[in-house]
Ligand binder design. Structure first.
Ligand code: NAD
Length: 510
């Protein structure tokens, strides 16, 4: 473990490391010393000195100062820096992936997969740096030309959740960087070392050319630093990933100052299995979607809506498949599920299991908190399947844990209605071999989510698409497609190359 940390430049053996980079490392930040805990063992991985208000001011100053120079670079040149950041990540993929596993608890393949996602989005952003296209329009006035162009926004704030401790930053940061923005990252308090390792990796590329202040990081609690970011008019955009509770607060505070908020919040994703589905496919998709990352993905499959005619047979196979899931040390080969992030997550899972029982639901497997041998200090639950009636109240809530609800449905219409009858609207999937059912699910009368899949599970989105969800998921879009527009300001320009001054709408004035 110490080897991994020291190869990433994090020497935690001599005492707390600085949690603030404001164009340079702040040697003694003014916040409290905080522990990074390994959820597999419950032991401290390292200690970090968090940032306070004055350190936050240093971050803003660094980001503002760097912005003036960064925005002046042509976008393809900014892309070149991002390309080199991607290469620096390639060189550190195994170590950074292992740190994600150590600090967050996802299995090694998923930890490395997350770093691969950073590399992929860097590649995407490099191409994008030559494609920040604006439209041209035909003016209604003779001798006039109209077009729109896109300019950088300024320094922006990125607030991220624990469950994707590095990839979510890159979705925002690499796109924002080619757009010409600089940024301040407040990572989750649960995963500070991952953030500090990423900051060190990109520093290798940015610092030698005096561009350290493009990417800044402050490990700090929501209050006072997170709150300061929300209220800060110097940050025209706050991109926030996390719970709906947090997003509501971000929306309120940023909205009050008429800033922009890009919100990526909680999901409550359903997977529909119809009577004509390929059940082998559906089974694999449910298993990965519900158990992967120990149910701690925003796109985790939380509800499986089963056509009544295949429900019993499918359930039996699913319970058997769950029995094969190896729960244990996420760094060990063969492990499919690691721990939950912290004791609060464990308590939330236990409460939900108790509620299933109290409301007449049935726990078909799991539901317990036994730890793998030798790992008793960690935060362990077993992957759990609960059969519940369609009016079970927690079906409408996101419990961020490997707790899967099975509900029987009459037909596709019933399934779509149940699926949409929740406050969240992130990801959704139908398994069917009938064209009519697939198209109905994708129609405007079908899924109301930001992501709708056919014969693919709810989790594991590709970076090329715009990622995000509707309703209480917040409405933001990140990563591919035209999501870059959120990080820029649009300007409509009209040029008159005549000696007249005709007014629009044919208005004659004087
Ligand atoms: P969380 O809401 O507890 O914390 C997320 C981040 O918000 C942290 O950095 C936290 O410090 C910060 N924060 C909280 N209150 C704040 C405030 N008042 N001001 C400023 N910052 C504040 O979420 P979590 O437990 O880390 O992550 C799990 C949640 O994130 C789940 O609900 C999951 O669905 C969601 N999530 C959504 C997406 C998506 O793209 N839709 C992706 C990943 C995670």
């Amino acid at each position: 473990m110490q080897d991994i940390l020291s190869r990433l430049g994090l020497d935690v053996s001599k005492g707390p490391v600085s949690g603030v980079y404001a164009g340079r490392w702040i040697a003694s930040p003014s916040g409290e010393v905080t522990d990074s805990v390994n959820p597999t063992t419950g032991k401290v991985l390292g200690r970090i000195t968090a940032g306070g208000r004055d350190d936050y001011e240093a971050c803003v100053t660094a980001a503002e100062e760097a912005f003036l120079r960064w925005r002046a670079l042509p976008a393809p040149k900014r892309g070149e820096y991002v390309r080199r950041c991607g290469d620096a990540l390639r060189a550190k993929k195994a170590d950074l992936g292992a740190l994600v596993t150590l600090e967050m608890g996802k299995i090694r393949a998923e930890g490395e997969g997350e770093v691969q996602e950073m590399i992929d989005i860097a590649d995407f952003a490099v191409g994008l740096s030559r494609q920040l296209y604006g439209k041209t329009m035909h003016s209604e006035r003779p001798g006039h030309r109209m077009y729109e162009q896109w300019h950088p926004l300024g320094p922006i704030g990125i607030i991220s959740a624990f469950n994707f401790p590095v990839a979510v930053w890159s979705w925002n940061a690499f796109i924002a960087a080619v757009c010409g923005d600089t940024m301040i990252w407040k990572p989750s308090h649960d995963t500070p070392l991952c953030a500090l390792a990423v900051q060190r990796i990109v520093n290798e590329v940015m610092e030698p050319d005096g561009f350290g202040g493009v990417f800044n990081t402050i490990v700090a609690p929501p209050d006072p630093v997170g709150e300061a970011m929300l209220a800060d008019k110097r940050l025209p955009l706050i991109s926030a990933t996390g719970s709906t509770r947090m997003g509501r607060r971000v929306g309120e505070v940023v909205g009050r100052r008429l800033g922009r908020a890009l919100l990526e919040l909680g999901g409550n994703n359903a997977l529909l299995v119809m009577d004509d589905a390929d059940l082998d496919l559906a089974l694999s998709a449910v298993l990965f979607g519900a158990v992967g990352t120990a149910g701690q993905r925003c796109t985790t499959t939380r509800r499986v809506l089963l056509h009544h005619s295949i429900a019993d047979a499918f359930t039996e196979r699913l319970v058997k498949a769950y029995a094969q899931v190896r729960v244990g040390d996420p760094l060990a080969a063969g492990t499919l599920m690691g721990p939950l992030i912290n004791p609060r997550a464990l308590a939330a899972m236990n409460d939900a299991v108790a509620a299933v029982k109290a409301h007449g639901g049935k726990i078909l497997c799991g539901g317990t908190t036994e730890a793998p041998a030798g790992l008793e200090g960690g935060f362990w639950v077993q992957p759990t399947i609960a059969q519940v009636p369609s009016d079970f109240p927690l079906l409408k809530e996101e419990t961020f844990a490997p707790l899967l609800y099975l509900v029987k449905v009459d037909d596709l219409d019933h399934a779509i209605a149940l699926q949409n009858d929740v406050p969240q609207g992130l990801s959704s999937a139908v398994f069917t071999t009938r064209l009519q059912s697939a198209e109905r699910f994708l129609s405007c009368a079908g899924s109301d989510c930001g992501i709708a899949n056919v014969n693919i599970g709810t989790s594991g989105a590709e970076i090329g698409g715009a990622f995000g969800g509707e309703k209480e998921t917040g409405g933001g879009r990140e990563a591919g497609s035209d999501s870059w527009k959120a990080y820029m300001r649009r300007q409509t320009c009209t040029i008159n190359f005549t000696n007249d001054l005709p007014l629009a709408q044919g208005i004659s004035f004087g």
